[in-house]
Design a protein around this ligand. Structure first.
Ligand SMILES: NC(=O)c1ccc[n+]([C@@H]2O[C@H](COP(=O)([O-])OP(=O)(O)OC[C@H]3O[C@@H](n4cnc5c(N)ncnc54)[C@H](OP(=O)(O)O)[C@@H]3O)[C@@H](O)[C@H]2O)c1
Length: 242
């Protein structure tokens, strides 16, 4: 039976571990070709091996998301190699934990640069390719803090509000076009990131990266008249309706 993403090309940022790795593998299970973007070559190679075991193809493009030139290179190389792009997953992200009064301007700027500025540049650069396809998707991974705020996370929270806001605006701009734009807002997911910032949450209560990946796969394989703009995903043990 033909796989659902046969012939489709996806870019996944932050593909070297965590949610990005799980998303890359999930897309590969439906035979997508996945362009794996991050900085850690060894970890990217591990993801590439997992993609190939899952039945997909991949290409690693080392990308430094704080640098506009590097982001443009990611799209240019993808375009040159495949001539198309169907799916863009803006997943890479960084956190910073500190009281606002102890947050350095550099820490604030770094969060905004990776979490909001890079997805903006990627969307802008990728749209000409995405628009050439019949049915394209942009999926931006924000966070519960794209909707609400937690103490000690002002820089991270600001960056995720920015990403979510940009997504809403872009979805309006692309309304009626072939490109659908979605934002995911997860609570705690079992990755290195949550180990660093929320060690207080019991590991067995965390959302699995594969669960987020399943939702991404759902979004890019269901192309009916119904559209899911935003998914808020919470841990089963946390309060409903964040
Ligand atoms: N874990 C959670 O609880 C949680 C909850 C809600 C939302 N999220 C969001 O989900 C996304 C993925 O998070 P995760 O938990 O999987 O995090 P993670 O395990 O820390 O992975 C972060 C990824 O981002 C990449 N990255 C970071 N800075 C980069 C840079 N300057 N240039 C290129 N790549 C960079 C990293 O790759 P390299 O280091 O190899 O470059 C890595 O692949 C993030 O946007 C995060 O904010 C996570």
């Amino acid at each position: 039976m033909a796989k659902l993403l046969e012939g489709k090309v996806a870019i996944v940022t932050g593909a070297s571990r965590g949610i990005g790795r799980a998303v890359s593998v999930a897309l590969a299970q439906e035979a997508a070709t996945v362009v794996l973007a991050a900085r850690s070559i060894e970890e990217l190679q591990n993801t590439a091996d997992m993609v190939s075991q899952a039945g997909g193809k991949s290409k690693i493009i080392i990308t430094e998301l704080t640098e506009e030139r590097s982001i443009k290179n990611l799209v240019e190389v993808t375009g040159e190699k495949y001539g198309r792009l169907n799916i863009l997953v803006n997943n890479a992200g960084v956190t910073h934990s500190a009281k606002l009064e102890e947050t350095l301007t550099e820490d604030w700027e770094h969060c905004l640069r990776v979490n909001a500025r890079a997805p903006f540049i990627l969307c802008r650069e990728a749209l000409p390719l995405l628009k050439q396809t019949q049915a394209a998707h942009i999926i931006n991974i924000a966070s519960v803090v794209g909707v609400k705020g937690y103490p000690l996370q002002s820089a991270y929270t600001a960056s995720k509000h920015a990403l979510r806001g940009m997504t809403i605006s872009l979805a309006e701009e692309l309304r009626g076009s072939n490109v659908r734009v979605h934002v995911l807002c997860p609570g705690g997911v079992d990755t290195d990131m949550v180990d660093r910032v929320r060690p207080d949450i019991a590991k067995d209560e965390l959302i699995k990266p594969e669960e987020i990946a399943e939702l991404v796969l759902y979004l890019v394989t269901h192309r009916g008249n119904a559209v899911l703009d935003e998914l808020r995903i919470r841990r089963a043990t946390s309060a409903p309706w964040f």
